[in-house]
Design a binder for this molecule. Sequence first.
Ligand SMILES: NC(=O)c1ccc[n+]([C@@H]2O[C@H](COP(=O)([O-])OP(=O)(O)OC[C@H]3O[C@@H](n4cnc5c(N)ncnc54)[C@H](O)[C@@H]3O)[C@@H](O)[C@H]2O)c1
Ligand SMILES: O=C(O)[C@H](O)COP(=O)(O)O
Length: 592
Amino acid sequence: MAASASSASLQLSSPSTTATWLRHRPLGLSSLSLRHHQPRRLVVLSMDAKPTILVSEKLGEAGLNLLKEFANVDCSYNLSPEELCTKISLCDALIVRSGTKVNRDVFEASAGRLKVVGRAGVGIDNVDLAAATEHGCLVVNAPTANTVAAAEHGIALLTAMARNIAQADASVKAGKWERNKYVGVSLVGKTLAVMGFGKVGSEVARRAKGLGMHVIAHDPYAPADRAHAIGVELVSFDVAISISDFISLHMPLTAATSKILNDENFAKMKKGVRIINVARGGVIDEEALVKAIDAGIVAQAALDVFTVEPPPKDSKLVQHENVIATPHLGASTMEAQEGVAIEIAEAVVGALKGELAATAVNAPMVPAQVLTELKPYVTLGEKLGRLAVQLVAGGDGVKSVKVTYASARAPDDLDTRLLRAMITKGLIEPISSVFVNLVNADFTAKQRGLRITEERIILDGSPENPLESVQVQIANVESKFASAISDSGEVTVEGRVKDGIPHLTKVGSFEVDVSLEGSLILCRQVDQPGMIGKVGSILGEENVNVSFMSVGRIAPRKQAVMAIGVDEEPSKQSLKRIGEISAVEEFVYLKL
Ligand SMILES: NC(=O)c1ccc[n+]([C@@H]2O[C@H](COP(=O)([O-])OP(=O)(O)OC[C@H]3O[C@@H](n4cnc5c(N)ncnc54)[C@H](O)[C@@H]3O)[C@@H](O)[C@H]2O)c1
Ligand SMILES: O=C(O)[C@H](O)COP(=O)(O)O
């Protein structure tokens, strides 16, 4: 008889995840279950329990108010990189726009405290995503609220450039009246190439069509039917740049798009082409653009974004008379900034509360309604992982875990990434000091050499629930609770969600039914009358509340496993007394 409170020191090895799919019938359940009380929850917040959120660039008032309801908010603008690194170690979340470089130094300086970086806008090229992921820091953005503002700014630049508005305005203000100098070009009937047919690009295309332009687009990843729906033809990169009178850039800055407009590609363009950039400065080789303007290939350029922001005062590009420039104003409308601020505040507060984020950039992005549906299963997965690893006694360490999902849903209708991540969290956190979340789960498993294979059992029946059951098995280990080893030799726990609450339904080969709240005592005993009463009264004497009890047995009066859910942690003395009950053969106390 052995009692053990929680963890063992284990080594995890041999990374990777694999998946297989099988077809089975639903599994039956036959266990005796007694519900005692609804578990009570006691939440105690200390005076300084509020998280701290650093806002390093100007954010709309409505968003700030939302943040302040939940956290201490430190609005510190124009921080130097050193100041940011100093402050960040005291912050749980950071909200930035495009002006703050959130590099590896920032994550290292946070020493694990920084849990969320919120990008109040779309482009996340100023955040080191690899470093964020390695540090388990979630990055969320606000991808929709500034789309229209950016598209409108693109159209504003297009029309202003075509009619020399900026230069003519400066000339009039300088006391001149140069009507012949500022003759423009018309837009109607001209060809516009939209490079990057995403949210902003498609809104620009829609508006340009309204101006009577012929719009084509290049985007290797955009669906043709979305383009056709607004009367835009998708073409190759070379066709787009070589036949167009105007080229408007709307792709993200990535390794593939960096300096995509360079000497070679400017040489392919139609003489007199006009360029608009409200995407990112880095997609244009700025030196090559100056040369192309001087060579007469590019007649004019209208730029909102630059490789270095702000650009140097003596920038040849900015100073060029055929260039108009704005200081990264694409998202800067009152409406967009209020929208972005609310969008990012909600995402950051949600993430700090531990909710799954729908706008996560470095974690699986799952639509909000799917997240809501999966929530209890995600909790189930984490708790099964926690239970399984606490049941391990020794062996060569936890190296190989198999997760089996039983579901009536079609394989492509069940996203298991969230579940796998939370099972991984449950498996790793009780035996290490590592903080595991959706962001770094796969990375951490790989680093620790934990191999997780996933198997899918396709059930017949109604696919109303995403999952019927989840089973977690750890191979090649011994257990501190021998009954947790299944007939096939693995530490095995299985659970399902009932009425929105995760339940443990199987331990080893024994069927039980206990809600996974509070903590758990598992006892193997010889089935006989009075056992529930004996254990219950030992716990009752200590005022430990039993939330659930369930007995799974091979046959009446044979071996049985009793699962007891408790709200409070029993003392070592009580656990010892349970172990001393004569019919109890082994027992274990597990923290959920
Ligand atoms: N100036 C501003 O203030 C401002 C405001 C909003 C957005 N932006 C920038 O505009 C860009 C687009 O934003 P969005 O919200 O439309 O993003 P989005 O993700 O909706 O669209 C980007 C599109 O670019 C496409 N793309 C990726 N690689 C490409 C390539 N090599 N060639 C062509 N297309 C490619 C993608 O398939 C996608 O459809 C981003 O760079 C964003 O940072 C700037
Ligand atoms: O990517 C974006 O959302 C835009 O570039 C806006 O950037 P900003 O928030 O710094 O204005």
